[in-house]
Design a protein around this ligand. Structure first.
Ligand code: AP5
Ligand code: ZN
Length: 213
């Protein structure tokens, strides 16, 4: 399957991704995660992306399309993939369609993590991540066994630099202005499935299952 997860910051894309990935053996490509790795390593790509990411704005279409184009060439991504956080503009969606059309492929399903903005601040400010695995925790909704420590490796958890109430405001603004049109784009192609992303993680997983069966 070739899947896209779309939704505002904190809607649960990164939480559901590993579950879908394990079930369908798909490669998981999260542009936000890839960009954060590049920023931390101070690669040319990371240096270009940092300023926009810190402000909660989108990085340029060329940058992210380049990342996805490169990543999709991996043999593990040939049979199917989960795109988490891409495409986020209509231009990105069109470029993706072009890339896939060249291989005779297309998107099978777009999962829309629909949720009210009001719920997202609590989710974002309570989030803690384990950077090297991408595992995500929440102080209230998904606490680690030991506070501040990853369950599997025992390594320390960190908070994302853009997970502040102020930066969340611009991320939400970018979502409504630039990414909501992407949802319409896929609705017109009849590949959109709606999720109730405000529900607890297990119930969202059940909805994902249903949408993909
Ligand atoms: P990115 O990393 O993609 O961030 P985002 O879209 O803002 O999404 P998040 O990762 O914040 O949310 P999520 O839906 O994954 O939530 P999670 O599951 O972790 O992008 C970061 C930046 O990179 C962008 O601002 C931009 O600058 C740049 N960028 C990336 N892609 C780009 C692109 N294509 N074009 C241009 N620029 C791009 O959940 C959040 C918290 O809630 C967690 O603590 C979790 O435990 C908890 N939680 C999850 N589900 C539930 C639930 N059902 N109930 C209760 N708690 C829950
Ligand atoms: Zn995420």
């Amino acid at each position: 399957k070739r899947l896209i997860l779309v939704g505002p910051p904190g809607s649960g894309k990164g939480t559901q991704s590993p579950i879908i990935k394990d079930e369908y053996c798909l490669c998981h490509l999260a542009t936000g995660d890839m960009l954060r790795v590049a920023v931390a390593a101070k690669t040319p790509l990371g240096i270009k992306a940092k300023e926009a990411m810190d402000k909660g704005e989108l990085v340029t279409d060329d940058l992210v399309v380049g990342i996805i184009d490169e990543a999709m060439k991996k043999p593990s991504c040939q049979k199917g993939f989960i795109l988490d956080g891409f495409p986020r503009t209509v231009v990105q969606a069109e470029k993706l369609d072009e890339m896939l059309a060249k291989q005779g492929n297309k998107i099978d399903k777009v999962l829309n993590f629909a949720i009210d903005d009001a719920i997202l601040e609590e989710r974002i400010t309570g989030r803690w991540i384990h950077p090297s695995s991408g595992r995500t925790y929440h102080t209230k909704f998904a606490p680690p066994k030991v506070s501040g420590v990853d369950d599997v490796t025992g390594e320390p958890l960190i908070q994302r630099k853009d997970d502040t109430p102020e930066v969340l405001k611009s991320r939400l603004e970018a979502f409504h202005r630039q990414t909501e049109p992407v949802i319409d784009y896929y609705a017109k192609k009849n590949v959109l499935a709606q999720l109730h992303a405000e529900k607890p993680p297990k119930e969202v997983s059940a909805e994902v299952q249903k949408a993909l069966s």
